[in-house]
Design a binder for this molecule. Sequence first.
Ligand SMILES: [Zn+2]
Length: 287
Amino acid sequence: MIRKVVSGQWSVLKKCILFTVSCPLLTTYYLLPSTLFMGCVTLTPDQIPSETSQKITQTSFQDLDPGAYEEQSLHFKVKAYGAEKARAISRAVEEDYNRIMQDTGLYSFIPRGLYGITVYSNREEYLKKTGQAEWSGGVAVGNAIYSFESPYLNGTLAHEMTHLIFYEFMGNTSQNLRWLNEGLAMYEEYQAGTSHSLSDNLVPIPFSQMVNLVPATERERLVGQWYHQVKEVVQFMVEQGGRLGFSIFLNQLRSGESFNQALSLGFPGLWSDIGALEKSWLLSKGL
Ligand SMILES: [Zn+2]
């Protein structure tokens, strides 16, 4: 049984239905022991636990043990062991959420419901109850995130939260924007202050490859470079191009504009196409 502590403006329990499973909406957040690099891969529909289909997201994986607390806030329903811990996580994820909204300028975005966050006590409980791979640090399915207590928790939650918001806001368009989605998630994780180390040296990957690369395995070194670069590029776009421009850019992409058209509309006078963006970014890095 979960003890419930309700706070925030909205105290009404909302049940959040999964997005369709045909949309590969389950991402796992991996910790790679060899390089201390983490990656996030999207699982195909057949890899998504069948019991999640058409059911409430929060029941996708086994719940916390009896005695856990539930803290409800404006955008989240956090389950954790200990009332104070649940409240602290709740405060942190609301801060993450607000920062993501500021960075993306998506102030008009209204989630369909509360995002569920389940924080297991440790890696052992997480692995046992979610069945994720040994190196997994967190998993997002539907509109819920599962992770465990660790020094990296807030970064993991910020990362996966970004994916959920991106999927929900961008809809089907998100499937072709893997690099942008991942770059934004990495950027938000970095800002959460508890991110993992990125690869030391940034060896630029040509943008023509960067936008098409879908890492097949997170173990390859190139993937580490790719995650590092997409984070840097998104950070550059947001901080140098401006958050208002980034918001316009996202909205144009969502409405079906081409990448170059969205770029030129979002950042007029700055970047007319991806080639201009690449050149500008390389210059900023002294490369
Ligand atoms: Zn990711």
